[in-house]
Design a protein around this ligand. Structure first.
Ligand SMILES: [Zn+2]
Length: 237
């Protein structure tokens, strides 16, 4: 399918990064079921209103689970980067904020939920470097120009996705011939909604568990996404 397709797009979720050792959100040993230190759920901590009210708790959590991570790209990230380089993949659309696709070499990456690699002042828009924020080890970063609390360029709960990113993702999906979906149960908005734009010929699903879209797929893998993608790339390169 990849060899025949003139326009292939990959759509990925947290499962792409779990093979790098990052916890996903909702599975049994995911973030939401294992983080008990903060008395409130990670979902609450990662909400807009909580960030505004308790930036100190937010940054403690954010540092421990995102910024201090030593996760490296895995074979899934590298396989996708190789496909793009060989002209066989047009875009990666990801729900992850860990920047691992770019670190593996992917260029056209649409980050629906933003990235931990960018931080800015909500008041005067001045950016703060990833290294500066990380060097505070969970302390609250403040804008050097106006003193406001700096925020990560990630979409928090209660916030809207970036319209330009949504548009680009819809464009990519609606013009794709082949859509490879990996590491997402497709249970959470907006993932499922995007698939309705697909008008191409084949959907391939790679996910450990069942999804509501299994019956729409031409091919379903229940295996590790890193294994599936790296073996596929080996076969066609
Ligand atoms: Zn500022």
């Amino acid at each position: 399918m990849i060899t025949r397709s003139h326009n292939t797009v990959f759509f990925g979720g947290a499962g792409v990064s779990t093979e790098s050792g990052l916890k996903d959100y909702r599975s049994e040993d995911g973030l939401y079921n294992t983080v008990k230190k903060y008395k409130v759920s990670p979902e609450t901590i990662l909400s807009h209103s909580f960030f505004v009210a308790y930036p100190d708790v937010f940054y403690d959590f954010y540092y421990n689970y995102f910024l201090s991570s030593s996760a490296e790209p895995n074979s899934a990230h590298f396989a996708l980067a190789k496909l793009e380089k060989e002209g066989k993949l047009n875009a990666v659309i990801t729900q992850n904020i860990d920047g691992l696709h770019q670190r593996a070499g992917s260029k056209n990456v649409l980050e629906l939920h933003g990235t931990i690699y960018r931080h800015y002042c909500p008041r005067c828009k001045k950016e703060m470097s990833f290294e500066s924020v990380r060097s505070l080890c969970g302390g609250v970063p403040r804008c050097e120009k106006c003193g406001s609390v700096v925020r990560p360029d990630v979409v928090l709960y209660e916030e809207q996705l970036d319209e330009r990113v949504i548009e680009a993702a819809v464009d990519a999906i609606s013009s794709a011939e082949l859509l490879i979906i990996g590491g997402t149960s497709l249970a959470v908005y907006p993932a499922a909604g995007f698939l309705h734009y697909f008008q191409g010929s084949n959907i391939v699903l790679i996910n450990r568990g069942e999804t509501q879209f299994d019956n729409k797929a031409s091919l379903v893998f229940r295996d590790k996404i890193g294994d599936v993608l790296s073996k596929t790339v080996e076969l066609i390169s």
